[in-house]
Design a protein around this ligand. Sequence first.
Ligand SMILES: Cc1ncc(C[n+]2csc(CCOP(=O)(O)OP(=O)(O)O)c2C)c(N)n1
Ligand SMILES: [Mg+2]
Length: 372
Amino acid sequence: MTDLADAPDGLALAGMSSSAPLQVLDTDGCLHESARGIDFTPSLVRRLHRDMVLARRLDQEAYHLQRQGELGLWLSCQGQEAAQVGSIRAMKATDYVFPSYREHAAALCRGISPAELLTQWRGTAHGGWNPADYRFHISSLVLATQLLHATGYALGVAADRRRDPSLDEIVLCYFGDGSASQGDANEAFNWAAVTNAPLVFFCQNNQWAISTPATAQSRTPLHLRARGFGLTTTLVDGNDALAVYAATLAAADRVRAGGPPELIEAITYRLGGHSTSDDPKRYRDADEVTLWERRDPVRRVERLLDTRGWANADYYSALEGEAAALAETTRAACRALEAPALEDTFRNTFANETASLRAEREHYSAWRQSFA
Ligand SMILES: Cc1ncc(C[n+]2csc(CCOP(=O)(O)OP(=O)(O)O)c2C)c(N)n1
Ligand SMILES: [Mg+2]
């Protein structure tokens, strides 16, 4: 492992004093063998790479679908694939995950389909999937609410584990650098720490909260601030899928064994705009983007695969075929999502439609029929 600050184009938390983030794969794609005792086998590295490539293709496709008017909005995760794939792949399938709204790569790894992923952004439902099916919650667009939800959920998990010690489920909660300024986030850190909730908080510090730079959010880097609440924290190079995997595995192991809740701050970069409604050229320099494009998490792993001979032309062309098929599925699935009937709003307000809601629905239907 190297200090990231030693890397040729050294990454630092601008304006903040902090230790160097954990790095296993340097920006040249050179693997440091002492990688926390983890055997990064060719198949493990290829798996992380494949996840990132597929996520990027889905993300690009969704972006284009928004531009074609098929989606109302899209929030790209381009540039953040290593942070998401490395962390989700270090968790067990039985662990429960609370995303923010940009965790498409993590969602894909959990088996959520393109149709389910795009539903909310096409506006055909409030959430695209049943969280219980994937142990992956629906998106939280109100910043930082999911940290409190995750803490409360983790306390329920702890109660289940006390009743049944064979359970080893823990909770993972994603959030952004800007969200860390919310009161809810800070309440959640404190609440999780005092109750020893079995929880890993995972901050993707992508440097920006829409147009506000992370440096304007806090005097103290989050991984240092969170220690004050009693969380065990790790700073990791979020564009290094292997380091994120190692850091998350280690944090999850400690939490699973009964240790205090953990916080991982992954330094990464939002390569695109905040959303398809945003023009980032208005508030950040092209040079900054170019710098981070050089740190592309997908290319970094490819350099390792290529220098070690762990991936050949057949591997890349098969993966390209898979990505093209995913893109095609994504386009077709998106266009097939139909808008719900407004009557469903009355039907779905409660598990069982009340008499007054039924009367309102019938009144609305009759009114609509009057135009036929
Ligand atoms: C409570 C609340 N305040 C403000 C907003 C508007 N808003 C949406 S995203 C965003 C920036 C969030 O930045 P960050 O947490 O860093 O996540 P990122 O978008 O970078 O992934 C803001 C201010 C909101 N959705 N919820
Ligand atoms: Mg951010």
